[in-house]
Design a protein. Structure first.
Length: 256
């Protein structure tokens, strides 16, 4: 009740708060509907192992404003850590072949790549995040850079209206400018694209066209290893789809 009171101190009395079922990284994800507007809230218990992502998302919110919803408030009360955002109008992106959303998402990937990392906020490094999945340490330099990356291009994180915008910046990372296009490639394959079709969409992003091909191959292989580790021997259906997509991409790049 304490966290609800703290949230209502910000947005007003909440008439309804339907859950948003596609959130993967929050214990609570809901649309708040007070009389004066609509807001989105995501929350984790303050002792959750990923609660640090809430602070990271709050820290970068002002810097990603051109491509993301505005952060209204960060509330910590009653054992909960909650972020309140403006609610976006639109729908979750459709990544399937032929979708009208694909050009808008490609434009979003490009716009995200034009953002500069906030100088006063410590971000995780892409090479560090991938190091455990790269057998040859000398390949890690491919992933180094000074571009602000989102890294989680799950279609549920992309809201498409007149333009596409992206939410859930808790895993904001610093790295090579082409990496977000690479992460999107895996999600495209998981949505029904062939690896070749997915890479053609990625090629609409200028940074991708400048990426070293050996680096892209190393990135595809690293992500196949990552998803295999996440899935283990008994993956759920969602994780199995990502395991399959990442291994298909790796195999396509390894083929002569």
């Amino acid at each position: 009740m304490a966290v609800r009171n703290a949230i209502e101190d910000v947005v007003g009395f909440v008439i309804s708060a339907p859950s948003v079922g596609e959130g993967l990284n929050s214990s609570v994800a809901a649309l708040l509907q007070p009389p004066g507007g609509r807001f989105f809230v995501k929350a984790l218990p303050t002792d959750h192992r990923w609660v640090w992502t809430q602070r990271r998302e709050a820290d970068v919110a002002a810097h990603v404003r051109p491509v993301a919803p505005a952060l209204v408030a960060h509330v910590v009360a009653g054992g909960w850590d909650a972020l309140i955002f403006e609610a976006l109008d639109g729908h979750h992106a459709d990544y399937r072949p032929g979708s009208d959303d694909l050009p808008k998402v490609a434009d979003l990937v490009r716009r995200v790549g034009e953002l500069s990392p906030p100088p006063d906020i410590e971000l995780r490094e892409a090479a560090q995040r991938l190091a455990a999945y790269v057998p040859h340490e000398e390949e890690l330099w491919y992933f180094e850079g000074d571009t602000l990356l989102h890294t989680d291009w799950n279609h549920a994180n992309v809201i498409v209206g007149d333009r596409a915008r992206i939410v859930d910046w808790g895993w904001a990372t610093r790295g090579a400018p082409w990496l977000d296009a690479g992460y999107w490639t895996i999600w495209l394959i998981a949505s029904g694209h062939s690896p070749q079709s997915a890479e053609r969409w990625a090629a609409q992003i200028p940074a991708w066209r400048a990426a070293p091909q050996a680096g892209v191959t190393a990135f595809a292989a690293a992500n196949a290893r990552l998803w295999a580790e996440i899935g283990g021997d008994h993956p759920d259906a969602w994780t199995h789809r990502m395991m399959t997509a990442s291994s298909q991409w790796r195999d396509s790049r390894a083929a002569p």
